[in-house]
Structures are given as structure tokens and as C-alpha cells.
Design a protein around this ligand. Structure first.
Ligand SMILES: [Zn+2]
Length: 428
């Protein structure tokens, strides 16, 4: 018998997403569904997946075990959010209203809005304030089914404030059920006070910030906003090369507002992920496919920024690129913490099937973060991170606002029950 201390019983359909990773092309649509299934876990890791009818013959539950009855509902892996800027202070309500009145991202940024306004508020926040804000956002994400999330710095743009953001991520990670992957993104923007001396800021990034981040082990990834008017391809290459030499893995904000060659750069440098890709070129798509660099798409950002187009998701899938999804939680354009919302926009604005969107929000997002050996699918050895819908119908995930998710399990512990957060504030 297999010993377990957690069981999920009576799943009407269990979507495991088990199998080789990453998934590309047609394989994205195969969710690996099992009718009348069950899952058992021990110490937070899955020890058995099989037919519910076989459970009692195979699994022996420890006294005091947690047993979740799915009641015939659909069950799938916890969502993996591959791109957030969830640690920040302040709000940008005026900017959002101005965007509704027709102002573009570039116009708002030119007038001191956008990232710059969040930098001012974040520099003024204490570490405790940053942590409290992040924990509140993590709760929102958890209620939407996210059990693993990437979080970037990038609103400090000076060494102390960038480190404070990364420290807040580490503390929130230790306290909250959501598993966190930290990314250093000091190259999110050039701070206002150094706009006349870009070289000085680039030197700070490569000589001061990156070595300190690496030395203290505060981030797994480094990221650069490679975009016209932000960091050029050459500047991005310089920062990312130093980061790579220091042992950090790479991600790139690429081709979001216009084509710059960011995707090609990400592929060239062996980045794990190129993100946004609204204006990715055909050559960029091919380079991503050839290098195995994931394309992390952020359709919610296109939606909230009112961009005139979305990333070419169908072409990326046809080219064999590993397509992943993120929420892009941030104070300007990332208003929804919900991966089901990102999936909804991916389906209805970018033409993904529901199955492809689920794959992009689970196992492929885990690949883009290099944690697919731990999360993203329901397989023996991986963490018991589960989303239990309220009903049998998978399509309910795309019905925004109905509260389709009833229960969320993180490493074998119930953290959302009946659509409400439980264990609030408890240490993970
Ligand atoms: Zn971003």
C-alpha cells in the first residue's frame, strides 16, 4: 500500500497534463483526462494518481489525513502565472482613467505616468509595506487558482530599492502558500534622475545590482524591458550577458509595443522565456522555436492597455514554440490577477482553444519558469497543487465573474475552500 496524508477523491474528470514537456503544437491540446479519478499525496507531493474505484485498494491514508471530495467536479493542476510585477506600492487610477479616455501608453509615460510613477511610490514604501501589499495580491491570485507565480522587481531602479523588492518577495514566499520564482528586473526602465546619463545606470545594473542580487541569491532570473525608448537590443544584450555570467537565468520583455528584435535576442542568449511578443517577427518566432525559448503571452495586458493587436499566438503554436501565459499583474495594465481571465482573452482575442489555454497556464508556464519538474501537471513526485471547479464543465473557467473555482490545494493543503481563502496569514 502507498502511504498518504492527503487525498482528492471523486473527481468527475481529472485533467493531469502528464507527459513530456514542454508541450508544443498539437500536444498543447491534450490535457490527459481521466474519468472518476483520485489523487493521493504525502508531505505535499503526489504519490498516486488513478481511478477512484481503486483508491482503497492501493492507498493507505494516515490518521488525520486531509480528504477533499470533489463531488464529481472537474479537477486540474494549480495555475502557474509566468509573469507578474506584483510587488509595488501606490495605484495609478488617474492613468487608467486617462487610458479609457484615449491616451496611449507612450503618451502617459512621456508625462511621468506609467512605471515612473510606481517607482516613486515604491521607493517611498517600507519593506513591510511592500510585503503586505504582495501578500494581499497573492491572496487574490490564489482565489483565482494560481498556486505558483513569478514576481519581478523593477520599481526601485536603484540598488537599495530593488533589493528591498526582492527581499519582500522572499518574505512573502515564506509566508504564503503561493510558490514564488523571483526575477530581478532593475532594467525595467531608466530612472528619471539618470535619463541624461544612461551609461551610469547601465553600469549600476551590471557592476552593482546584478552582482549583489546573485551574491545574495535573491533571484532565479534576470529580465530586461527591451523596447524602443526603454532599453535597446545592444543594452539589453549587455545586461543579460552579465546576468547569465553571474548564474542567473534569463527572461526578456520583447517586442511588446513595436518590433525591436527582442525575441531574436532572447533566443540568441538562451533565455527561458520571451514575453509579450505582440510585434514578434517571423524570424523571431522561428528563433524561439529553434532555441526552445518559451513565448510567455500576456493577453490581459493587451486588453487593459487597449493595444491595437495581440501577440500572434496561432502562428507561434504552428511554429512549434512553447506558448505560456501570464497575468502581468501590475498597477498600470495588469488589473486582473486571474489566470482564467488571461485564458479567456487568449481564447477569444488570440484564438487559442480552451485546452491550449489551460496547457499554457499550467505545464508550459512551469516550463518557462524552469519548474516543470515540480509543478504544472499532476504526476507522481510533483507537488499536489490542485484546482477543483464547482462543476463538471471545464468551459466555466472562461465565464468571467461566476466564481468557477471552488477549492484550491497547495502542496497537499486546502488553501481555498468554497471559493474563500482559508488558513489566511498562516505560514506555508
Ligand atoms: Zn512585464
Amino acid at each position: 500500500m502507498i502511504a498518504a496524508d492527503f487525498a482528492l477523491r471523486n473527481a468527475g474528470t481529472l485533467y493531469t497534463l502528464a507527459g513530456p514537456v514542454p508541450r508544443s503544437g498539437r500536444a498543447m491540446a491534450d490535457l490527459g483526462s481521466h474519468e472518476h479519478a483520485a489523487v493521493a499525496a504525502h508531505n505535499g507531493r503526489i504519490v498516486w494518481v488513478g481511478a477512484d474505484g481503486a483508491f482503497d485498494l492501493v492507498v493507505k491514508l494516515d490518521p488525520g489525513s486531509t480528504v477533499v471530495d470533489a463531488g464529481g467536479a472537474a479537477v486540474l493542476p494549480g495555475f502557474v502565472d509566468a509573469h507578474t510585477h506584483a510587488v509595488f506600492a501606490g495605484q495609478r487610477d488617474d492613468e487608467i482613467r486617462r487610458r479609457l479616455a484615449g491616451a496611449t501608453y507612450a503618451e502617459i509615460a512621456a508625462e511621468g505616468g506609467g512605471i515612473v510613477s510606481t517607482v516613486t511610490a515604491t521607493r517611498g514604501a517600507t519593506a513591510a509595506e511592500l510585503e503586505t501589499g504582495l501578500l494581499a495580491r497573492f491572496d487574490e491570485m490564489l482565489l483565482c487558482g494560481t498556486t505558483t507565480a513569478e514576481v519581478k522587481s523593477g520599481y526601485g531602479l536603484e540598488t537599495a530599492a530593488e533589493l528591498r523588492q526582492l527581499e519582500a518577495i522572499a518574505r512573502a514566499d515564506a509566508k504564503h502558500p503561493i510558490g514564488t520564482i523571483a526575477t530581478f528586473m532593475g532594467a525595467h526602465e531608466v530612472p528619471v534622475e539618470l535619463r541624461g546619463d544612461r551609461e551610469r545606470y547601465l553600469s549600476m545594473l551590471v557592476d552593482e545590482m546584478l552582482p549583489e542580487v546573485a551574491r545574495r541569491g535573491l533571484a532565479s532570473f534576470a529580465d530586461v524591458f527591451c523596447e524602443r525608448g526603454v532599453f535597446s537590443v545592444e543594452e539589453s544584450r549587455r545586461v543579460l550577458t552579465v546576468a547569465r555570467d553571474l548564474g542567473l537565468k534569463l527572461r526578456v520583455h520583447a517586442d511588446e509595443l513595436c518590433w525591436t528584435g527582442g525575441a531574436e535576442l532572447a533566443a540568441e542568449l538562451g533565455a527561458r522565456s520571451a514575453d509579450h511578443l505582440v510585434y514578434v517577427s517571423e524570424a523571431g518566432r522561428r528563433a524561439l522555436a529553434d532555441s526552445g525559448c518559451a513565448a510567455t503571452l500576456l493577453p490581459s495586458a493587451c486588453f487593459y492597455l487597449r493595444l491595437p493587436r495581440y501577440a500572434p499566438a496561432r502562428e507561434l503554436i504552428a511554429d512549434g514554440v512553447t506558448v505560456a501565459l501570464g497575468s502581468d499583474v501590475n498597477p498600470g495594465a495588469g488589473l486582473s490577477p486571474s489566470m482564467p481571465f488571461a485564458m479567456t482573452v487568449a481564447c477569444f482575442a488570440q484564438g487559442l482553444s480552451l485546452e491550449e489555454a489551460i496547457c499554457a497556464a499550467t505545464v508550459n508556464a512551469a516550463c518557462s519558469l524552469d519548474v516543470a519538474h515540480e509543478v504544472g501537471s499532476l504526476e507522481v513526485g510533483k507537488r499536489a497543487d490542485l484546482v477543483v471547479l464547482r462543476g463538471t464543465r471545464l468551459l466555466d473557467l472562461l465565464r468571467v465573474g461566476i466564481g468557477a473555482i471552488g477549492t484550491v490545494v497547495k502542496t497537499g493543503r486546502v488553501v481555498v475552500d468554497g471559493g474563500r481563502r482559508v488558513e489566511a496569514g498562516a505560514a506555508a
